[in-house]
Design a protein around this ligand. Structure first.
Ligand code: NAD
Ligand code: UD1
Length: 339
């Protein structure tokens, strides 16, 4: 079965491609390399010891997408491609609506034209806004606080409408909590551009000496130690969730919406300590102001994923930090500088 992976050269996509091929699927990667390096594909090819067909193109360009479906009979699409920087989305909302929302709509149109009606979409826990309680269940109220989050909600809604119009579609919406870590080989991982916005890459870059210290955004939240609590999930566990979803997609009779998280919450200070232990390096930090738009606590109730996908996150916080450190220390500049 040929699976089209949009955004397959990116952080979560590249890890998922490894697991899909290991599970016996044939994979075609579609990416415009806006936020990815061709080196990530070369590294994936090394891990799986075979070459991957990569089609360079943009979601918003019908002809780029059509060329994929003309050449291959695709049975399902795993749709990772999108922009994900929250701050940038506030400054450039139209860029996000065009890329993430319009791009997804064009993708669905072209899929329908070629009678491929099976899609797994990368959504985010950000669609729960500031949840009234935790752990978070899939039927909690939805609310976006920024254009990035709204673009995810809009695509979820578009896909639900597509299903209402034609219930032969198979649609799974996966809401990721906080993906971290890297493949255990240390050869693929997250490679943020410029100063990282997210906690784990910032901690890793501080440990490796690229950043002087980490700013801890607030220590006066109503949490175990006053710092923000999140559900960090190993990217390989997350990738496995996609394989399980794909294995079962044909059996579902409605749009499935599933949290992918561990169900455990760790604070910023706990993450710093875990990373120090894994790396044997000191992570200098200073307490700073709260970051606008942040919430105190966010973690999943992952029981529905167990029930419908037979999936459960297995890797511990120590493994997330060890694998993240292996990637960071072996590739202090990520994929940059490699041509
Ligand atoms: P990433 O930036 O590493 O990967 C996205 C990939 O999509 C990149 O390779 C990029 O070049 C490609 N891309 C972007 N726009 C494209 C377009 N118009 N046409 C073709 N390719 C395009 O991001 P990631 O962390 O791997 O995230 C994958 C998906 O998961 C995204 O949709 C993101 O919003 C979602 N998500 C990520 C997180 C996270 O913390 N990483 C959390 C929740 C949801
Ligand atoms: C961020 C995004 C969210 C996205 C998620 C996963 C924002 C406002 N939200 O959420 O939309 O779905 O990433 O990609 O950007 N922290 C620090 N110092 C730092 C960085 C982070 O103390 O330098 C803290 C934060 O305050 C938070 C925790 O670390 O408590 C995790 O932050 P981050 O990795 O950015 O993830 P989210 O806040 O969950």
């Amino acid at each position: 079965m040929k699976i089209l992976v949009t955004g397959g050269a990116g952080y979560i996509g590249s890890h998922t491609v490894v697991l899909l091929i290991e599970a016996g699927y044939e994979v075609i990667v579609f990416d415009n390399f806006y936020n990815a390096s061709k080196e990530s594909i070369r590294r994936v090819e090394k891990i799986i010891n075979q070459s991957i067909e990569v089609i360079e193109g943009d979601l918003r360009n019908r002809d780029d997408l059509k060329s994929v479906f003309e050449k291959h009979t695709i049975s399902s699409v795993i749709h990772f491609a999108g922009l994900k920087a929250v701050g940038e989305s506030v400054e450039k909302p139209l860029k996000y609506y065009d890329n993430n929302v319009n791009g997804s709509a064009v993708l669905c149109e072209v899929m329908a034209e070629y009678d491929c009606k099976s899609i797994i979409f990368s959504s985010s826990a950000t669609v729960y806004g500031d949840p009234h309680t935790t752990p978070i269940l899939e039927d909690f109220p939805l609310f976006a606080t920024n254009p990035y989050g709204r673009s995810k909600l809009m695509v979820e809604e578009i896909l639900r409408d597509v299903y209402v119009s034609d219930n032969t579609w198979k649609i799974i919406l996966l809401r990721y909590f906080n993906p971290v870590g890297a493949h255990e080989s240390g050869t693929i991982g997250e490679d943020p551009n410029g100063i990282p916005n997210n906690l784990m890459p910032f901690i890793a870059q501080t440990a490796v000496g690229k950043r002087e210290y980490l700013s801890v955004f607030g220590d006066d939240y109503d949490t175990k130690d006053g710092t923000g609590v999140r559900d960090y999930i190993h990217v390989v566990d997350l990738a496995k969730g996609h394989v399980n979803a794909l294995d079962r997609i044909e059996n579902f009779k409605e749009v499935m919406t599933v949290n992918l998280g561990t169900g455990k919450g760790y604070s910023v200070l706990e993450m710093i300590r875990a990373f120090e232990k894994a790396s044997n390096k000191k992570v200098a930090y200073k307490i700073a102001q709260r970051r606008a738009g942040d919430i105190a606590t966010c973690f999943a109730d992952p029981s529905y994923a167990k029930e419908v996908l037979d999936w459960k996150a297995e890797k511990s916080i120590d493994q997330m930090c060890e694998d993240g450190w292996r990637w960071q220390s072996q590739n202090p500049n990520g994929y940059k500088g490699i041509v």
